[in-house]
Design a protein around this ligand. Structure first.
Ligand code: PMP
Length: 275
């Protein structure tokens, strides 16, 4: 697939990074994943806003305006020839001899555009299983940092237990998934953890809030426990690549009747109209 690195169009397989790259050595950077539907990037403004917020939070000067970055993204999408694709965008603190202190070099900006990878058909129709695991991440999960080790370890452990996603628990409360936001539905009301520093402020989460409001479904941003999740009528996760995905089982125990929930399906239907 096609890619971009610091002003050049590349193939995503090209060996382009020097060893002394801070993303490579420290994970010293931030990223975004944006989905393109029929040639149009979904909620692009929100993604760009979060990209700049993440960069600012780690004191990384991107050296480009959002307009300039948008121009690169749109050019790359067009060159890719794909109508339905995922854009991966990353910025790091650049290329400099290894030293913890910030170097005085320009940020590295890279991107790839690849055909969208959709959720497995069987899981899309029957719902996903999740595994509950401790949230071992740092205090700034709202920053979309390249440092994903706790997320990767949790996702892998969930996968090895036959689940699609790890759902994380901090101090007794569910925060979010390893790569998704998490929701329950109880008595017709949607609950999700508040947008504190302990979760990523998901763009699909924003879309769910808007759609819930349009559909007249109450949504509470309130933390809840695993017990409250097990007592819920339904659950679902959201992310750019998994969209809105019903969750039917956690740790081998059914949630609700063990089938994709009505509210999740209604939101997903609405989502498909929007994209
Ligand atoms: N939380 C985490 C930890 C994530 O990695 C993601 C996926 N980027 C999300 C939530 C969902 O965010 P979004 O809807 O913006 O993809």
């Amino acid at each position: 697939a096609i890619g971009y690195l610091n002003g050049k169009i590349i193939s995503s397989n090209d060996p382009v990074l020097p060893i002394d790259e801070r993303g490579h050595q420290f994970g010293d950077g931030v990223y975004e994943v944006i989905r393109v539907y029929n040639g149009r990037a979904f909620m692009m403004a929100e993604h760009m806003d979060r990209f700049f917020k993440s960069a600012e939070a780690i004191k990384l000067n991107l050296g480009k305006s959002s307009g300039e970055i948008l121009e690169i993204v749109h050019d790359l999408i067009e060159r890719s020839g794909f109508r339905d694709c995922d854009v991966y965008m990353q910025a790091t603190r650049g290329i400099a001899p290894r030293n913890h202190l910030f170097p005085n070099v320009p940020a590295s900006i890279s991107m790839t555009v690849k055909p969208s990878k959709y959720v497995d058909e069987e899981i899309r129709s029957n719902g996903a299983k999740v595994k509950l695991l401790p949230d071992e991440r740092w205090q700034n999960c709202w920053i979309k940092s390249l440092n994903l080790l706790p997320n990767i370890l949790a996702k892998q452990e969930a996968f090895e237990a036959g689940a699609l996603e790890a759902v994380l628990i901090r101090e007794g409360y569910i925060t979010e998934g390893s790569s998704s936001n998490f929701f329950i539905v109880k008595n017709g009301e949607i609950w999700t953890a508040p947008a504190t520093n302990h979760i990523l402020h998901g763009i699909t989460r924003i879309a769910v809030k808007e759609m819930a409001s349009e559909l007249g479904i109450p949504l509470r941003e309130q933390a809840f426990t695993p017990d409250e999740m097990f007592a819920a009528d339904e659950a679902f996760i959201t992310s750019t690549t998994q969209e809105i995905l019903p969750v039917v089982e956690a740790d081998g125990q059914k949630i609700g009747d063990g089938k994709p929930g009505k509210v999740a399906l209604k939101l997903y239907e609405r989502f498909l109209e929007k994209i």
